[in-house]
Design a protein around this ligand. Structure first.
Ligand SMILES: [Zn+2]
Ligand SMILES: [Zn+2]
Length: 347
């Protein structure tokens, strides 16, 4: 076991504070990673504040982890000391079910994967995330950060990047396709960059035109305010894919009317309350409404390679650990462009 400095929420809704945690000894197939950067995902805040389900406390959030391998177990074949690596939302799964075998570990049918934090590992111990100086992870749940991609801007790709890449890939975003990204936040700004790099024609649908210049700079071809009712008339029947990154409840009928025939609205922002869908919104044009959760490990590697090839990193505000609580407040106020990343050397 190794004692590691970390930032933890001691109880639900309590401010995060510096503490120490124990990491397991490096096992045969484990990699010890010296964490350099950890992104702050909105779901960190949900979980630290107990919004989704009763959490495990103290909680060390963080599932956008980038660092350097500092030790490997005797059976490790894929990584060596000094490799630049990342860890996302999962650190294990059953590895035997159909989904795990198909590279869809995030949809593991044996009770889901082991989440990077706020979960219990196969050893019965709680998992602790990336707001820490080191982490021990099985090599099969570690991905490589390609040369050319800085670790600080790579960290948010491990959740925000794959959460947007996977559905865009699955629903075939590319040349000739029109993609709308709803919300220009941590997820949305990566959705715009990735959809643009895939060759799609990209439209941002945001409440106001406040971030229009940013949106166009990030790769959007068009930018509309959803606060303006004319937007919904003008864009009726336009999109092949609507990627909704907003977790607040929306007028789904209005957004579904923007899909062309066979279009899909995929929701990666999840409201806490049930939503109502009027099926007539789908009926007329064989439209679909769907959702998608992160991506598998192989697809996460594919996403990092894609981002490196296209020079895509997250837009970040680098902060020290002492600023985490303030950053949480700013994320909740949508006051971040576009991802806070913790310099874990400051923990
Ligand atoms: Zn996340
Ligand atoms: Zn499985």
């Amino acid at each position: 076991m190794t004692t590691v400095a970390a930032y933890a929420a001691p109880a639900p809704k309590a401010p995060l504070e510096r503490t120490t945690i124990e990491r397991r000894a490096v096992g045969e197939f484990d990699v010890l990673i010296d964490i350099e950067f950890a992104g702050i995902c909105h779901s960190d805040i949900h979980q630290a504040q107990d919004g989704w389900r009763p959490g495990i406390f103290p909680m060390v959030p963080g599932h956008e982890i980038a660092g350097v391998v500092s030790e490997v177990g005797s059976g490790v074949t894929r990584f060596a000391v000094g490799d630049r690596v990342g860890v996302g939302c999962m650190v294990d799964s059953c590895r035997e079910c159909d989904n795990c075998r198909a590279g869809l570990e995030q949809y593991c049918t044996k009770g889901g994967p082991t989440w990077t934090y706020n979960d219990t590992g196969k050893d019965g111990e709680p998992t602790y995330g990336g707001y820490a100086q080191k982490i021990v992870v099985d090599e099969n749940f570690v991905v490589r950060v390609p040369e050319g991609l800085s670790l600080d801007v790579a960290a948010p790709l491990l959740c925000a990047g794959i959460t947007t890449y996977s559905p865009l890939r699955h629903w075939n975003a590319g040349p000739g396709k029109k993609v709308a990204v709803v919300g220009l936040g941590g997820l949305g700004h990566m959705g715009v960059k990735i959809a643009h790099a895939m060759g799609a024609e990209v439209t941002v649908l945001s409440q106001s035109l406040r971030k229009k210049d940013d949106g166009l700079r990030l790769g959007a071809d068009h930018y509309y305010a959803t606060g303006d009712p004319d937007t919904f008339e003008e864009l009726a029947g336009t999109f092949d894919i609507i990627l909704n990154t907003v977790s607040a409840p929306l007028d789904f009928a209005a957004y579904l009317s923007l899909l062309r025939t066979d279009g899909t609205m995929v929701n990666v922002g999840l409201p806490e309350e049930p939503v109502q869908i009027v099926l007539q919104s789908l009926f007329g044009n064989r439209r679909s409404i769907s959702s998608s959760g992160i991506g598998g490990i192989a697809e996460t590697q594919e996403m990092l390679d894609f981002c490196a090839q296209h020079g895509l990193g997250a837009e970040i505000e680098l902060i020290s650990a002492a600023e985490i609580n303030e950053a949480y407040e700013r994320v909740q106020a949508s006051d971040v462009r576009y991802r806070f990343v913790i310099d874990t050397a400051t923990i």
